[in-house]
Design a binder for this molecule. Structure first.
Ligand code: PMP
Length: 354
């Protein structure tokens, strides 16, 4: 039986997507060729990438609003520097809400002056700073919508008239937002979109071409737009599985539907964390992520017992990140409500056994 996969990423994907993907590896479209042995320029694959781009715009409600969709490589980590390469002329503003935001800041510092509008580093990033101002003279403001490691999520976004860039690696396609408030969104695929190996970039074309520096081709969004994500060989398998996953999401009812499921899953787990005296949450309640719930045992001596019970119930991937400790249950789109119920039942059983 398949395990209950709470892994933080790469993470669970829907069974039907995995099945179709494995079939395509052997025989794609009934052509008697594998998906991964055909040309990326073949009509069959061009149709895949174009369908995936269209689904992204449709699901994010960004059709006809001047955005381009790119499937690049190098992970979200490459976007830390690519965003700065393409957008930072003099000064940029960053909100520091976690390890990933911190890494983005480090890269951007190579390209210009950095203004950290706020940071929760002093509290090991266990909350989202809220009262801050974004200077008007910056080239862009950068934020991270969901803090995968510590388990916090931005519930609101600051009103800012300038360019807004958002790293949505760990919560894209999970909740309804006005996505047009962002001028550039990026996300590594390996959470809510598909397998590792491709990175989604959704960018408003009008913000590009405004920096003075020469941008190497591979780093240049304009080049990738012009070449329709085929400047170099795209990650065909990752793009194909992303397309299947986006089709799965659309068929279910899109982001509006999955948001409701995600809220139910999060409520179920957080209610148990708060109710059960053997557990406690690790971050500010109002900032708790619906994607990554971090918690710990109130008595560290129970760890072995809890871990054994989790393993026996088929629960996988709930160890906390090394910089936080405790547990982290990631509840991405493809994780069924039932898996969360299994985890909650194990937490209850532990309590009853004491
Ligand atoms: N940003 C966030 C919010 C992440 O969660 C991660 C990876 N977990 C990254 C960036 C880095 O992504 P990648 O490994 O694709 O470079």
């Amino acid at each position: 039986m398949k395990k209950h996969n709470f892994s933080a990423g790469p993470c669970i994907l829907p069974d039907e997507v995995l099945k179709k993907a494995s079939e395509a590896v052997l025989n794609f479209n009934g052509d008697n060729l594998s998906l991964i042995e055909i040309s990326h320029r073949s009509p069959s694959f061009v149709a895949v990438i174009e369908t995936a781009k269209q689904l992204v715009l449709e699901l994010l409600n960004l059709e006809g609003k001047g955005y381009k969709v790119l499937f690049l490589q190098g992970g979200a980590s490459m976007q830390f520097l690519m965003t700065a390469y393409n957008l930072l002329n003099k000064k940029a503003a960053y909100l520091n809400t976690g390890t990933w935001a911190d890494k983005a800041i480090k890269e951007a510092k190579l390209f210009g002056e950095l203004h950290e509008v706020a940071s929760s580093k002093e509290a090991n990033f266990n909350y989202i700073p809220k009262d801050f101002e974004i200077p008007e003279d910056v080239d862009y403001f950068h934020c991270t919508s969901n803090n995968t490691i510590f388990g916090t999520q931005m519930m609101t976004f600051p009103k800012f008239n300038g360019v807004t860039v958002c790293d949505m690696s760990s919560d894209i396609f999970s909740r309804q937002l006005d996505f047009s408030q962002f001028d550039l969104i990026y996300a590594g695929a390996q959470k809510n979109m598909g397998p590792a190996g491709t990175t989604l970039v959704v960018v408003k074309e009008a913000i590009l071409g405004k920096v003075d520096r020469v941008i190497p081709s591979m780093m240049n969004y304009k080049v990738h737009i012009e070449k329709e994500s085929m400047f170099n060989t795209p990650s065909v398998f990752a793009v194909y599985v992303s397309m299947l996953n986006l089709q799965w999401l659309k068929k279910l009812g899109g982001i509006a539907f999955i948001e409701k499921v995600n809220k139910k899953k999060a409520a179920l787990l957080y209610n148990e964390i708060d109710r059960n005296p053997l557990f406690k949450g690790l971050v500010a309640k109002e900032d708790r992520s619906t994607m990554n719930a971090t918690f710990t045992l109130t008595d560290p001596d129970l760890q072995r017992d809890f871990d054994t019970r989790c393993a026996a119930a088929g629960i996988s991937g709930i160890n906390g990140h090394r910089s936080v400790g405790g547990y982290r249950a990631s509840m991405y789109n493809a994780l069924p409500l039932h898996s969360v119920q299994v985890l909650v039942d194990v937490m209850k059983d532990l309590e009853l056994s004491k």
